[in-house]
Design a protein around this ligand. Structure first.
Ligand code: MN
Length: 257
């Protein structure tokens, strides 16, 4: 049997499970909120064109409004000024959209401190226990934050000092982006950076270093608790928006049982 026939049979009989890491898209999907004077994205919405009525007697369809960076989405290098000469989302090679993934779990630390930042030593401790970061693969940073994804206020967790959500320290972001063979970084939060990252040096270091290195970001993932520490294969499928800086994406993980 060919490799792909074996694979299809394994999906059919459940030996390979397809885990959906994607948040449903609706008008209540949490979105990023930037303070004045910065521009903001619109919430996702549907506008009905017809629904089996005089506007279209046998068919139902909608127009959609969405930002590129809404819900579970893909960040392309041109999203950031450091990656401005890099790929837009339509230029990402399809072969890079299917890649191995590992899961680093900081749920416990984040439960104790929502502003928790992953450090180089944390990743080195992880690799000591679990092996190297995958060449051309994703680091999925599990924080437990997906439990808050049903509620915008809970998800953004902002007070008068700004949002409080977990992330990665500038040193660690630089090291991961520049010194490891990763393809990109996937997170459960609204963006790849910590809530307080506007005040870091440089600001928004995950965006700055990963996209500047021609790498990618995936946000607002869920169900990372259903993945093994290593061994999953990720299918991340953004829309090929020509000139786009990112796109809502369907992200699936293949897990072998
Ligand atoms: Mn984004």
């Amino acid at each position: 049997m060919s490799l792909l026939a074996q694979f299809a049979a394994a999906v059919a009989d459940g030996t390979v499970e397809v885990v959906d890491l994607t948040a449903p898209l609706s008008e209540t999907t949490p979105i990023l909120r930037l303070p004045e004077p910065f521009g903001n994205t619109v919430p996702f919405s549907l506008r009905e064109i017809s629904r089996y009525d005089e506007r279209g007697p046998a068919w139902y369809w909608n127009d959609i409004s969405t930002g590129e960076h809404t819900g579970t989405h893909f960040d392309a290098p041109v999203h950031w000024i450091t990656g401005r000469d890099g790929q837009d989302v339509s230029q990402v090679l399809p072969s890079r959209l299917v890649a191995p993934a590992v899961v680093l779990d900081a749920t416990e630390q984040v439960a104790a401190n929502p502003d928790f930042l992953l450090e180089v030593e944390d990743v080195q401790q992880w690799t000591k226990a679990n092996g190297p970061l995958p060449d051309g693969g994703w680091l999925l940073y599990r924080t437990g934050w997906d439990a808050r994804a049903g509620d915008q206020a809970d998800f953004l967790n902002a007070d008068e000092t700004g949002p409080h959500t977990p992330g990665i320290s500038p040193e660690c972001a630089k090291w991961l982006a520049e010194q490891t063979p990763l393809l990109g970084l996937g997170v459960e939060t609204v963006g790849t950076d910590a809530g307080a990252a506007h005040g870091f040096d440089p600001p928004f270091p995950c965006h700055s270093f990963f996209l500047g290195a021609g790498k990618y970001g995936l946000t607002q993932l869920r169900n990372l608790d259903r993945l093994p520490v290593r061994g999953a294969v990720l299918i991340a499928a953004p829309l090929p928006i020509v000139g786009g800086s990112g796109s809502p994406a369907r992200v699936l993980a293949l897990v072998e049982h």
